[in-house]
Write a protein that binds this ligand. Sequence first.
Ligand SMILES: Cc1ncc(COP(=O)(O)O)c(C=O)c1O
Length: 410
Amino acid sequence: MSACTARPYPLVVDSARGSIIRDVDGREYLDLAAGIAVMNAGYSNPEVKAAISAQLEKMIHCGCGDFFAEPPVKLAKKLEELSGYSKVFYCNSGTEAVEAAIKLAFWKTKRQGLISFYNAFHGRTLGSLSLTCSKARQKEHFPTIHTAHSHYAYCYRCPLNLEYPSCGIECAKELENLIFRKELCPEDTAAVFVEPVQGEGGYIAPPPEFHKEVRRICTDNDVLLVADEVQAGCFRTGPFLAMENFGVRAEISCLAKALGGGLPMGAMFAGRELMDWPPGIHSNTFGGNLLASAASLATLEFLEKEYTEKRVKELGSYMIRLLGELQESIPCIGDVRGLGLMIGVEIVKPDKSTDPILRDKILREAFKERILLLPCGDSVIRFSPPLVITVEEVDLGLEKFENALRRTVR
Ligand SMILES: Cc1ncc(COP(=O)(O)O)c(C=O)c1O
């Protein structure tokens, strides 16, 4: 396998159930990262497995660009019900969903400029990579589409050195006051892409007014807003779409990761009047794949029925409270933040600067405790467990996290 994917953990997985992964030697690990925010319905979910098995017996694949089939159509109905968007384009990953959104925005507006935010991650194919702005290394030697970047509401490290709420969400206003004036005219901007909660860039949850202000600016300047819900969507923050937390509706939304219940599945959504591009303008081979559609429908039905917004939010607040208590006695925890079960713990030096070396040591100690955690941002540890995680598992996971932390800093 290519060395370009990092694989920093000495873990060879064998099987999994709920929130627990078992390795080839029979050791068990509590997965507090859900396979990069994918396994929201838990590993080996019986309802998802049953739906996959039933579809497996009938047919795995048909070219959904050529033929009709029930699973993708049933899924489209469920997605319309959950998201309110009447049209969906299927693909196989987050980056493809974002590429589809870029193309739809270009096609619809006949404009070719894009805007995204610092610390954003939207994928690694050339279009989505143009929007990604979390690590310069990810873009080294790769050509990109013309994209301007604006500041996100990273309150712990306010890029404008202001304090919330007296700041008046000046960071969002930069879009209008700076970017549209100095970098890219609204008349040349096809769309603004934004994550409801920044994921790979550091699990950064903005204050409630941020997205409202971005929405207002897009509307006032006649620019499309695209919500990249690839990591924050699918009930991870409580509601189906994370933008619902902010009372904001984007013209286009993108989903992937948890959408397929572990099978590759991505989707780009918009209203009928926006997604009126003609047949042949965009397509693919595997979009709407029968097995992935069946898995996705079962996953969404399960999550909708069992894992309510209330539960995800309560469990998230509980984790933030426990991690906040840890912060009081462990100074290297600079910030604890999040929304629902998307929680970031920022590791810092005494002067509050980032400490990626210490962060990585903590992650290695956590692995020895047999909890699986992933890094994000410059110096952040992310918690994005399966939504089926139990309170007992959360308690155990955080106890092990505390052991790992104390061992590292002592
Ligand atoms: C917000 C966001 N968008 C897009 C992507 C890209 O998704 P994929 O890795 O499935 O291409 C990711 C992946 O982490 C993501 O977090």
